[in-house]
Every structure is written in C-alpha cells, then in structure tokens.
Design a protein around this ligand. Sequence first.
Ligand SMILES: [Zn+2]
Length: 234
Amino acid sequence: MDYGVEDIRESFKFLKCALELLNASNLSFFKKEAMLNVLRNESKLRLNFQANMCDTEVFEADGVKSFNRPISCFDKFSKPKSNVEDIDTWFEYECLSVSDMVVAIIHYYMVYGFKVIPCKHCGRVFATQSLKTVYCNRISPYKNDFSQKKSRPEPCKDTVKREIQFLRKKKDRLLDRIRNSSDVMRGYTEDVYDKLRQECSQYMDLVIKAPTPENFEKFNYYLECVAQKKEWKR
Ligand SMILES: [Zn+2]
C-alpha cells in the first residue's frame, strides 16, 4: 500500500472538507456529488480504487455486480441505481492507497445517507443515519471519582443516564439536609438555602443540556463544596 506522507496529508484535508459537505442538510445528493468531485479534483487525489456493488440476488455468474471501471476513470461518486434502502445491497471496496480508503469511506457514507457528528457526551465523532441519535456507541471516558461505588465502564448513553440520576439524588439529599438544619428551620439562613437551591437547578439544567464529563465533574465538585462549607450553618 502507498503510504506517501503527502498522500496522507491530502487525504485528511479532503476528509475534513468532505464531511462538512456530507452533513449539509440543504444539498441534494447530486449537488453533493458534484461538489465532492470538484473538491477531489482540487486536492488532486490520486485514486485507484474500485467500488463493487454487491447483492444477494445473482446479477452475474459470481453474484457480484461490478462497476467494472475504477472509480477514478468515470470520475463520480456514483449513487447505485438499485434501492439502497434494501439491506441486501452492500459495497465492497478495493483500495490501493490511503486516499482510496478515504474516498471509499466518503462514498459509503454518502450513498447510505450517513452523517458524521460529534457525540453529545464525549465529543468524539461518529457516523449515524439519524440525527435523533446523539450519543456514540463507544465506552465513555468519564469516571465518577465522587461516587463511593466504583462505576464500571459503560457506553456514553448509559453513562449519561446513570450520572444524571446520581447527581439528582445527591442534590436532593443535600438540599434536604440543609432544609432540615436548625438554622434554616428557624429562618436565620433561609436566603442561603434559596440561593443554593437555585444554583443546583442551574447545574441540573446544564448537565441535561450538555452532559459532558467536564460538566458532570463541575456539578459534583460544587455539591461537595456546599456539603463541606456548611455556609447554611452560622
Ligand atoms: Zn460518545
């Protein structure tokens, strides 16, 4: 395989721009195809890969329908004629260089309508066919150092659900403790209690809107500080 440094650099430059085009929701397939071809010509990617469309239905003797010519020859990203919703249809790519692999990935994403977006929790990019999917399938990098129980590594979606439950319980328990403290009961530090309650609800909104490891840590740290400072007690 050809691993020229320039080739790799150009390929990643192409990938970055191509992903933006791919995610543009206001462009038709054909417009995207045309723009990607322009982009590819501009970056002068040397391509030599072949995309074979395969089907479980036998088109030819070996059951593989081939485009016959390498994709660089007919110079197109080529949407297949058959129904791509059909799960029995897939592509096989033959790649000879890094550029080929990059363009093959873009080709696949485009034909099957994948978008490449950052995960709402960990921020790493992933490909999805539906923008309703906001979390990737990877294991979350978040470790809750504030919990007594050691949490086992889980995918982003499960981690977010578990952590928000954890924070809500922790916040409710702390606010209960403060409300039942004698000073608050006697009305001396009611304003302090109200302020803490407001801050907690702001943090709760933050971790629901942006459930990132950083925000989980911020909220945990805040709750620990409030619990230790005991400013509601005079
Ligand atoms: Zn993630």
